[in-house]
Each structure stands twice: as structure tokens, then as C-alpha cells.
Design a protein around this ligand. Structure first.
Ligand code: GLN
Ligand code: ZN
Length: 750
């Protein structure tokens, strides 16, 4: 019997049912049994999808009320001790307290899941952590699947990845193995008893740079685990693991999953895979939404199938958590763009066709293959996929440099902008009030005319400008009232980019994002921000900062076409933004901010791949900025990041001013900039915008004094950590007033 399977499905629900249920539960509007019923319904639906696609198993363990890493920690009985919960009797309310914090304890730390836009909760272990078992939710789900008539394959984060991703204090992470392994063994034995034929243990850390001690741990760990369960599928993804092929082949596990989308070249390294073990080949892209080219996939799989027979399994490259649930709902997308797309549910169907074609021959599914072929051919032939004008611009890239060096630009800018010492500004957005959102919704529903909408937004802009003038800020912003989102706003206006209606992907907990789809060559049909910015500038004599989302971030937070290099797509994006920058500049806008909050997170998983990324990322940013005149001040903004090891790249971006998020680290982030002797201007955030708390003047003077020890006064700016769109006006005005007072105090002392 030929095996197809999946490494998990999105759990949020095609209509984000889980999000709404969980949030209702938090508000006390849904009781626990209602919440559990929602979970059951979603699991059942997703199992039915898998069953309908002929998958051999249904996935159990991919569902989670908040985060699958937290679930693993809880399942093992090791929630952070600081909460004081009884691990064995953890309730669902307590589970959410771990995820979201409570009045006594901050939430578990959230971190990016490898190079995806999903965020997991970091386990917290120490020398006293015990793994004596937690609530039996997973086993309940196993039984639920069996009761519904499905054959479950349980998936769990493997012990080494769990330890590697955890924050471990007071003990070496690997020293926890003697306690952790028995917990896994116990669990595996329970799964045997429940009749779970296969267990998938995920070890995605194999795709990272791993040092010897971690690699050496795999053999003994998996020897012990394999003794407890005879059918372990060790799953790797997000990168090639070919360099570890000898180790992986020698492990006593029954199967290995590899990602043949991210790293097709690794198939070569596993060409001698023993036929008595399963090789699961991730052939359908779990990270992107493009329809699989079934002919090409079959060409790859056929020789493997010929050699391995039923020992070859096929699957998505990784969990489908990273793609939206169901394309069927996207009725508003153009037919030809849909031709090129495939969401989670469609990807399962692709697996089914691949399996039939492999086992029974391509002629048995000639119609399915033909449908795939013609749809892809239509999609690929879209003229906008290969826009000659874009190609011509890329072939002779305009100047990347600003014309004058920073030092000379700074003189011109000082003359033009007439700013005081320690200039003050904000990061762009002001509170997105319910009124603003209601107006946008009415406009989208057609209940508000374009003119009325414009006037309403202009009124919001005028209000934001007046408030900034009253506060005494030096460089103003228009407040981004007209933008629902810093990515969508541009995605909706750029050619070659589509926005889905229901294409939600979980970002963390109940939060979802809807990444735009970059399906064609990117260009800018017309100005995107100039009218609003120009309007805002008419309201004040002070400089109004133009506000754009940068090319790296626009690419990083989108689904990006895979027929052209990411670098090329980023350069296309940069050229489109360059036109916008030039037009803002021509309109007399003296300062333009190009936000790049995703710059750091775009770094590849392995260090060896960093230089290539940084090359194109820096290049894209510079390309977008360099069309401006030297007397125009280019700002960039990045959210919380570890800058230390990428400072040369940050400096190479050559923005006149960079604003960064630092208050959470009490300015220590800035030390690296000081040591590196970062040459341009910098605005370290002086207060955290993530909570409504209003910081006292003294808190900010202390931070500014710290900053002044590292950055010379004539290159230091004063600003909050990030945009203020999630805040209310009262706390925003109070906090900014205190920020201004702190700045005033320091100016007097300087
Ligand atoms: N200009 C954006 C804002 O102020 C920047 C947001 C971000 O960095 N994530 O909202
Ligand atoms: Zn930010």
C-alpha cells in the first residue's frame, strides 16, 4: 500500500472558527465545553479532508488551542514552575495563562518558529524541571480519531528540538535528557497501547547549524525511543539535512521525512536510503501557496519509487500550518490567478493524484494531470508574470548610492530641516480608533463614497497633525489612518500582487495574518501615498515624514512566486518603491521613512546562507531609497531585533536615520551600535508601545542618558519603540508629552 500523509494541517479553521471560539472563551462568552466542541469539530473536519484525499493516516497532535510547542511542554508535565500550577492537573484556563500571562506572571516568551512567520512559546526549563506527565489531551484526541473511524499518526516535537528551542537555566540543556527521555518513552508506550502504528517526531533543528554535541545526541536518544516504539518517523523540514545523511541513515528509526521543496538537492544525498526504512519525501510545498507542478513532481518521484517501492512516502514539505486552509473560498480572486494556487486542502488532493500516478501509472490519472497542466499553463502565461518593462528596468538598475556620503548629506539636511538637538518623532501610525475602522469597513462595503471616505481620513490626519504640533514634536507623521495594515495597503495597490479574502495563516495564538500573494512582476501603476502625505504637509510648517513599507518587509511578509529568485522579486519591489520615494521627494517631502521591521527575521537558518541574503536585502533597501535627493532625509525603522551580528549590513543600508525598538532591553541593544561605531543617526525607542502604560518622564531621561553615553548627541533621535496604532489616544498623548518633557530636560543639560 502506497502511503501519503501530511505533517499537519492549519488548525485555525477556514473561517477562523478557532480564533473566534478561543477569544470568546477568554472573554467569558463561551464555556470550556463550547471551546472543546469547536476543537472537536475542526479536528473532525480536517481528518475528513485527509481521509477524502486518501491519506493513509490522519494527523493527531497538529491541533492546538494556542501553540503546539506549549502543548508538548504541557503534555510532558513541564509548564514553567514560576506559575505554580500542578502539571498533572493543568486546566485549560491555566494553559491560556501560560500563553498570555496573568497578573502575577508574565506570559511565556514568544519566538519565531524557524524562518516562518509563526511564533511559538518558548519552554522554560531549569535544573529542577521534572517531566512527570501532564493532562492527557493528546490521548483523548487519539481516541477521538479512532472513534471516528480514522487511523491516527501522532506527531510531536522531538526531544532534542524541544530542548534546543527551550530557555534552559542553571543546567546544560542536554543534561536534562536523562529526565526528559523517560517521559517520551512513557508517552510512546502509551501510544503503542492506544494502537498508534506510527509516531512522527519532529526534529527541525537538524536544519540549523548544529554543533557536535547536539548531533552526537541523536544516536543514543533515538536508540532509546526506537526501543519504545517500533515505528518512529523522524521529520525534518525547512532546510536540507543531506550533510547528516550518514547519521540519519544509521538511526534505528523506521522512517525519515525530508523537505524536497526547500532543499531538492538533498535527494541526492539520500539516494542510497535503505529499502527497509521509509523515506518520506516532502514534495508539495507546505510553506507556499503555489499549485504543485504534478508532472515535475512525478519526474522527481518516479526513480525514487522505482527503487524504494512502498518504502517511499509522499507528503507536504512541512506542516501545512503555514498556508491558508481552503482555496475554494477565494471566489473573488481572478480565475487565472486561482489557476496557479493551492491551499492546504488542495495540497492534500495533489498528494492523492501523485500517489495514484506513481502506483497505477500516469495514464490512470491523465485527466487530473491534464487539468493541473492546463491550469498551470494558463497561470504561467499571464502576461503580467513577465512584464517587459520591469525586466528592462532590472537589466539596467539605477544608481544604488545616494550621490553624497552621509556626512555631506547630514549638513544639507540640517540646513533644510532646521531641527533642534535630539529631534523628536514617532514611528508612523497613530491610534486606529474604532471610528477609523468603522469608516474603512463602510467604505469597503460601498456604504461610504470615496469622497466621504477621503474626507473622513483627512479629518483623522488633521487631528493627528494638530495633536503632534500641540505636543511639540519636531518631525511629524500623518498617522496612517488610511492604512488597515502596513503590508496590505501597498499590496492592494501594486501590480503583480493579489490580496486574498480568507487567506488567513496563524501567526501566534489566536492571531492570524493574511499574507499578500506576489504572483506577477511587481510595479507601481500609480502613486500610493503621495496624496495623503502631501495633504498632511499642507497642514503644518514642520517637516512631514513620508511613510513607506520597505521592499524586504513587503517580500518577507508575503507569499512569493517561486519561479523567480526572491532577490529578484525584492528588487522589483524596490524599484516600485523607488518611484514612490522620488515622487514624495519631488512633492517637497523632506523626510521619508522606509520601514523594514522584517529585515532581521529574513535571515536564513544557516549562517552560511546569510551573506547572500544580506547582499540582496541591503541592495533592495538602497535601491528603494537612492532616488531621493541628498537633502532629503531617509529614515528606516526596525522592530525588536538582535542587531549585533548584522550591524555591517545595517550600516551598509546607509539610511540617514534608523529608529529601533530598544526599551524592552533597557537600551542595552544600543551598546552594539556604539561598539560598532554606527556612523549615521539613530533613534532608540524610549518607551514600549505594547502596553497602555504611560512611562514617567524620569524613566525616559534615564534611558536617554544611557543612549547618550553610546551615541553622540548630534546623532541621537528621540521616539517611541514602534507605531502607535494599537494604542488609544489618551495614553498616547500622555506618553508623548512625557517623552517631550524628558527630551526638553536633556536638551537643557547638553
Ligand atoms: N510605520 C509603521 C507603524 O508605525 C511601522 C510598524 C512596524 O514597525 N511594525 O505602524
Ligand atoms: Zn516597529
Amino acid at each position: 500500500m502506497f502511503t501519503t500523509h501530511t505533517l499537519g494541517l492549519p488548525r485555525i479553521g477556514s473561517q477562523r472558527e478557532l480564533k473566534f471560539a478561543v477569544e470568546k472563551f477568554w472573554r467569558g462568552e463561551l464555556n470550556e465545553s463550547g471551546l472543546r466542541a469547536c476543537g472537536r469539530e475542526l479536528r473532525l473536519r480536517h481528518w475528513q479532508w485527509q481521509h477524502a484525499a486518501g491519506l493513509r493516516f490522519v494527523s493527531v497532535g497538529d491541533f492546538s488551542l494556542y501553540d503546539q510547542v506549549l502543548d508538548t511542554t504541557v503534555l510532558l508535565g513541564a509548564p514553567p514552575a514560576r506559575f505554580g500550577f500542578d502539571p498533572a492537573k493543568l486546566s485549560r484556563s491555566q494553559y491560556f495563562e501560560l500563553a498570555r500571562g496573568n497578573p502575577a506572571q508574565p506570559a511565556c516568551e514568544m519566538t519565531k518558529w524557524f524562518d516562518t512567520n509563526y511564533h511559538f512559546l518558548k519552554p522554560e526549563f531549569d535544573g529542577d524541571t521534572r517531566f512527570d506527565g501532564g493532562p492527557q489531551w493528546l490521548l483523548e484526541e487519539v481516541r477521538e480519531a479512532k472513534l471516528a473511524g480514522f487511523q491516527p499518526k501522532v506527531q510531536l516535537l522531538g526531544p532534542l528540538s524541544l530542548l534546543k528551542l527551550a530557555r534552559v537555566q542553571g543546567i546544560a540543556p542536554l543534561a536534562l535528557l536523562p529526565r526528559l527521555l523517560p517521559a517520551y518513552v512513557r508517552l510512546l508506550k502509551q501510544l503503542v497501547a492506544e494502537g498508534c502504528e506510527w509516531v512522527q517526531l519532529d526534529e527541525p533543528i537538524l536544519g540549523l547549524d548544529l554543533d557536535q554535541q547536539w548531533l552526537a545526541a541523536f544516536a543514543p536518544v533515538y536508540r532509546e525511543l526506537a526501543a519504545a516504539h517500533s515505528h518512529i518517523l523522524l521529520a525534518t523540514y525547512f532546510n536540507g539535512v543531506g550533510e547528516h545523511s550518514t547519521l540519519l541513515t544509521s538511526l534505528p528509526v523506521a522512517g525519515l521525512h525530508i523537505d524536497a521543496v526547500r532543499a531538492p538537492q538533498q535527494l541526492e544525498a539520500f539516494s542510497a536510503w535503505p529499502t527497509n526504512k521509509v523515506l518520506s519525501v516532502g514534495i508539495v510545498d507546505g510553506r507556499n501557496i503555489w499549485k504543485t507542478d504534478l508532472d515535475a513532481a512525478l519526474d522527481t518521484l518516479a526513480p525514487l519509487h522505482a527503487r524504494l517501492g512502498d518504502a517511499l512516502w509522499i507528503a507536504p514539505s512541512c506542516s501545512l500550518l503555514h498556508v491558508p486552509a481552503d482555496l475554494e473560498q477565494e471566489t473573488e480572486l481572478s480565475e487565472t490567478i486561482r489557476d496557479g494556487l493551492s491551499f492546504a486542502r488542495q495540497k492534500l488532493a495533489e498528494l492523492a493524484t501523485l500517489a495514484r500516478a506513481l502506483c497505477l501509472g500516469r495514464s490512470v490519472c491523465f485527466q487530473s494531470l491534464e487539468t493541473n497542466r492546463t491550469a498551470l499553463a494558463r497561470f504561467r502565461a499571464l502576461p503580467a508574470r513577465n512584464d517587459a518593462a520591469v525586466a528592462a528596468r532590472l537589466a539596467s538598475l539605477p544608481e544604488l548610492e545616494r550621490g553624497l556620503a552621509y556626512g555631506e548629506r547630514a549638513v544639507l539636511q540640517r540646513e533644510r530641516l532646521q531641527l533642534p538637538l535630539l529631534p523628536t518623532t514617532t514611528i508612523g501610525s497613530f491610534p486606529q480608533t474604532t471610528a477609523i475602522r468603522a469608516q474603512r469597513a463602510a467604505f469597503k462595503r460601498g456604504e461610504l463614497s470615496e469622497r466621504d471616505y477621503r474626507e473622513a481620513m483627512q479629518a483623522e490626519i488633521a487631528q493627528a497633525v494638530a495633536k503632534q504640533e500641540a505636543l511639540g514634536l519636531d518631525v511629524l507623521v500623518h498617522g496612517e489612518a488610511e492604512r488597515s495594515d502596513m503590508v496590505d495597503y501597498f499590496a492592494e495597490q501594486l501590480a503583480g500582487v493579489a490580496v486574498c479574502r480568507h487567506g488567513w495563516v496563524q501567526s501566534y495564538g489566536s492571531r492570524c495574518v493574511k499574507p499578500p500573494v506576489i504572483w506577477g512582476d511587481v510595479s507601481r501603476p500609480k502613486a500610493m501615498t503621495v496624496e495623503w502625505t502631501r495633504y498632511a504637509q499642507t497642514l503644518s510648517k514642520l517637516p512631514m515624514k513620508g511613510m513607506l513599507t520597505g521592499p524586504v518587509t513587503l517580500v518577507q511578509w508575503a507569499f512569493v512566486r517561486d519561479d523567480k529568485a526572491r532577490a529578484e522579486v525584492a528588487l522589483q519591489m524596490a524599484l516600485a518603491l523607488r518611484d514612490e520615494v522620488a515622487e514624495l521627494d519631488a512633492a517637497g517631502i523632506a523626510a521619508i521613512q522606509i520601514d523594514e521591521p522584517a529585515f532581521r527575521e529574513g535571515l536564513p537558518l544557516r549562517r552560511a546562507d546569510w551573506p547572500a541574503y544580506l547582499d540582496w536585502a541591503v541592495c533592495a533597501f538602497k535601491l528603494s531609497a537612492a532616488g531621493s535627493r541628498p537633502e532629503t532625509q531617509i529614515h528606516t525603522h526596525m522592530c525588536y531585533s538582535e542587531f549585533e551580528d548584522i550591524l555591517p549590513a545595517i550600516a551598509a543600508m546607509d539610511a540617514d536615520v534608523i529608529t529601533i525598538e530598544t526599551s524592552r532591553s533597557a537600551m542595552t541593544l544600543l551598546d552594539a551600535f556604539g561598539e560598532f561605531q554606527y556612523p549615521n543617526e539613530i533613534g532608540p525607542g524610549v518607551y514600549d508601545i505594547h502596553s497602555p502604560r504611560v512611562p514617567a518622564v524620569a524613566e525616559m531621561t534615564v534611558l536617554l542618558e544611557k543612549a547618550l553615553r553610546v551615541i553622540p548627541a548630534d546623532r541621537l533621535w528621540v521616539n517611541p519603540d514602534c507605531g502607535l496604532k494599537t494604542r488609544g489616544w489618551p495614553e498616547t498623548e500622555a506618553a508623548l508629552a512625557n517623552m517631550m518633557a524628558a527630551t526638553q530636560q536633556l536638551r537643557q543639560r547638553l
